[in-house]
Design a protein. Sequence first.
Length: 57
Amino acid sequence: ETVFSWPGLGRATTDAIRGPDLPVLQALFLLFSAAVIFFNLVADLLYVWLDPRVRPS
């Protein structure tokens, strides 16, 4: 994807896969993994906050 002629993370990922750029792939994998972990944590916290029947254990 390109927004305002700025290449995005999808394009950076495909470019790094096509020309084996391992440091960029490692950084993108770390970024995507951290984003998944963060949003899972946010979803768990919101679930506890929104549903009073759920208690943290």
